[in-house]
Each structure stands twice: as structure tokens, then as C-alpha cells.
Design a protein around this ligand. Sequence first.
Ligand code: B12
Ligand code: SF4
Length: 474
Amino acid sequence: MKVKMILPALTEAESPLWRPIKYSLFPPLGLATLAAFLSPDDEIDLQDQHVEQLRLDDEPDLVMIQVYITNAFRAYRIADHYRRKGCYVILGGLHVTSLPEEAMAHADSIFIGPGEDTLPRFLTDFRKGAPQRVYTSDNRTLAGIPPIRRDLIKRHLYLVPNSIVVTRGCPHHCNFCYKDAFFGGGKTFYTQLVDEALAEIDRLPGRHLYFLDDHLLGNTKFAAALFEGMRGMNRVFQGASTVDAILRGNLIEKAADAGLRSLFVGFETFSPQNLKQSNKKQNLEKDYTRAVNRLHSLGIMINGSFVFGLDDDDRDVFKRTVDWGVNHGITTATYHILTPYPGTALYRSMDAEGRILTHDWDRYDTRQVVYQTKILRAEELEAGYWWAYENFYSWKNIAKSSLHHDTVKHIAKHFLYTGGWKKFEPLWNFIIKTGGLNTMLPLLESILSKVKSRENGSIVPPVPENTLAGLVDS
Ligand code: B12
Ligand code: SF4
């Protein structure tokens, strides 16, 4: 059987003239995971529009398309194109799960939730000639899933070909997050078997790994065993966590020992009001500064995530947030404008209040205001968002933030990483166009090599386990 798998890009990434480096970072891991359920005899063509021109002149037996909110309209156009040719088209992913009826109009079958349990069911039905219209995931396990078909990934087109996920979902329930909508009807947080996760890591060439898990430290027992198993593997890796998990116990030291060098941390907001509005209770009354110091003392760089536009935000929020990041030596900052994704609790409450202003999903890219704001006007919010990026990544602030660290190596690392990331977009564009992106990996690996603070270890003692118990409610 001929199978075509497609990850459509959002509009911005398609321009032949300009490819932001962000879209050439990670390969289509979800589709490569699903490809493992196909037969070795199937002829699979996996295309990622973020990094290649789509070929649409073929006539496969089965077309599988991954739909995010910001690629939904394009995904539907591609689906319609193949259905007109008589190909069988199936749609799955986050946006299909949020809005199944919308997706149904463009597909022969749709998939609700993760695909590890539903795709095998569909394939059996499809081969028998009796596929159903809707497949809904209800059996959430990663035990025994076949190895990801990484052979289908064009590694040379990505800066970070070694992306990996060893858990699914998250133990928390922030009301703006995609995850409760996506994992509804079953477990919302589950992990691989440790041995299987370690085997997957072992299969990856080179040193660098990027864990795309929503919360790599979310299950303490699993993460501790994983990091234990990774010691001595000589890996350097990046991942994501919450503030409370960084402060709790000694898991973060274990992660650092295993090779963790940079962490995406969801600070999101400094306002308790906003945290309550977002049901981000795991951040309430948590000492962000302490978390930052703890990471820095372990030589872990921080990518801070911040959201603008929650109802308690005023005109000063942009400056406050940027200043805090610079004064705390945050390496990179990711700012978002609050975006109520359909299917989330945030969307439901805003919809009930009549605050949703548009259903143009292309605009739900976390850079545009799509809802009725409260204190800030929409124009102020968008202007403040761009101002924050520009200021955080000004040379002056990159230098100031780098100088926060106490060793020359850490200062240099910070300066190179942040400057290289944000200040050389034309150079990245050139490297992408000339096909040499993957050759930059050794540079990334050396920037991520180990640094320790002068105190040679953690200077920030952990918060006792039981003071935070109960907040993680998996
Ligand atoms: C890596 C990543 C990216 C990467 C690469 C994406 C890629 N190559 O897949 C980059 C940097 C390009 C990216 C960009 C963006 N991203 Co992004 N990204 C992620 C991240 C962190 C991990 C994705 C991943 O690999 N998951 C692991 C794999 C195994 O799961 P999966 O891809 O979902 O696939 C499973 C199922 O969805 C399902 N499935 C998927 N497709 C199909 C198809 C069929 C036919 C079937 C049967 C099943 C199926 O089966 C798979 C196995 O279970 C997620 C967060 C997350 N945890 O998902 C955010 C996330 C997907 N991104 C998000 C957003 C908003 C964006 C951007 C708009 C950000 C921006 N401002 O630019 C852009 C838009 C991209 C686009 N194409 O439209 C949101 C999406 C919200 C939504 N409702 O759609 C998420 C959820 C982040 C968040 N917390 O809000 N992203
Ligand atoms: S902690 Fe992060 S991944 Fe988990 S629910 Fe909140 S926003 Fe989503």
C-alpha cells in the first residue's frame, strides 16, 4: 500500500524567501511515531512542509495528515485535493480532537486523541475494506509501542533531529493548555516504560537530545529512573518543566547529572490573580527566583515562557516581565499572547462571556489577539508583545543578562546561545537554504557542554517534598 504522511506548515513557514529557524528545528515526530504501525511492505512518503516543498501530484492509497490549529485550513485544502483524486484521507492531531465536526467535512476518517491505540484499529478495518468514520482513543499506554520510524525523517533538514518524547500529557490542568482537551476520555499523563525510553535514546546518534515532553519531571519516579539510566550515556539534553518540580526534592540534580543543560520553564505570569484565572495552581506562591538560582547553580540554561493578556495584566506587564528575565539571567524568553484554543476551559469560559472575536484559526498563532481583552486594549497587547521580544533580545540586555552568571564560561555560553539564536536570522536562513543545518549540531552540543557555578554544585537547597505534595495531582 502507498501511504502519504503530511505535516502541513502554517502560512509563514512556506515562503521560499524566508524560513525562520524555529520551523527547521524539529522533525515530524508524531507522524514518524504513527508510521511504525504500518507494515514494512507499505511504501511510505513522509513530507514536512516546514522544511520542504510538498509534492501533491501523486495518488497514494492512504493520506494521513496532522492538523494543528494554525495549519488547519491548509490541511483541509490538502485533504480536499487528495479526496478529489479518490485517495482515502484521514485526519488526526490536536485540532481535529478539538473540533471533530469541522475536520470531518474534509476527511474519510478522523481520529480523536493520541493515535497509538486508534491507528492500528483503523489499519485493520481499512485493510478489510470497512473503515469507520471516527476513531476515538481510549486506551492510553506506550508500553510495547514499536520503535519510531526515524528512517523516514530527513535528518539533514533539521537543526535538532534528535527530538524525543518519553511521556504524554502533563499532571497539571492549566486552563489555557491544549492537553486536557486532547487527552480527554482517558489518562491525561502517562509515561513510557523506562527501559523502552532508554532504548529509544540509545538508538539516537550523536550526543544532543531535545525532550519535547510537556513536563519531563512530571512523574518523579519515572524521571528519576530515566536520569539514572542516562548517567554515563554522555548525552546533553534540553527539556521542559514546571517551577514546582524544579524546587521539589533532588530530581533536578539527577537531571543535571544525566546531561540536562537547558530547560523550558513555564513561569507564565507573576500575578496570583492571573495564575488563579489560568488554574495554574502549581505556580502559586512559588519562589521563581529560587527556581532560577537553583537551575543556574547546576549550569542549566533557562528558556522562560511568559504569557501576556491574562485579565490582570496592565500596561506595565511587558517591562516588568522583560526586566525580571534580564535581571535573573534567563537565557532565552518565549513570550505568547494568551490564545484560547478551542476545546480548552479558557475557550469555553471566554465563549460563554462572548469574548471570542474570530474563528480564523490562522490567527491563533499566539502572536495575535483573538479575544476581547479586559484592562489592556488589543493594540496595546500586541505592541507590548513585540516590544518585549525586541527589548529582551537587544544586545544591551543580552549582555546584561549574560553577566548575571558567576563563571566566565557560563557568561560566554549564555551570550553565544542567545545572540546566536536571535541575532543571526539571515545567517540561519542561509544555512537552511544551503542544506547545511545539521552540520551546526556539534556547535550546539559544545555550547551545551557542562558548566558549574563557583560553588561546585547546587547552592539552593531543595524544598522538602511534602510541602508541595498534593499539587501534582496525576
Ligand atoms: C515540537 C512542537 C512544534 C515544532 C514542530 C512541530 C512538529 N514537527 O510536529 C514547531 C517549532 C515547528 C512548532 C510550531 C508551532 N507550534 Co508547536 N508544538 C510542538 C510540541 C512541543 C511537541 C509536538 C510533538 O512532537 N508531540 C509529540 C507527538 C508524539 O505527538 P503529536 O505530534 O501530537 O502526534 C500524536 C497525536 O497528535 C496523533 N496524531 C497527530 N497527527 C495525526 C494524524 C493522524 C492521521 C492520526 C491518526 C493521528 C495523529 O497521534 C500522534 C501519536 O499519538 C507541542 C506540544 C505537545 N506536547 O504536543 C507544541 C504545540 C503542538 N504547538 C503549538 C503551537 C501553538 C505552535 C505554533 C503556532 C507556535 C507559534 N507561535 O509559531 C507553531 C505552529 C506550527 C504549525 N505547523 O501550525 C500548540 C498547538 C495548539 C493547537 N491546538 O494546535 C502546542 C500544543 C503547544 C501548546 N502547548 O500550546 N511546534
Ligand atoms: S504545566 Fe504546562 S503542559 Fe502542564 S497543563 Fe500547564 S501549561 Fe499544560
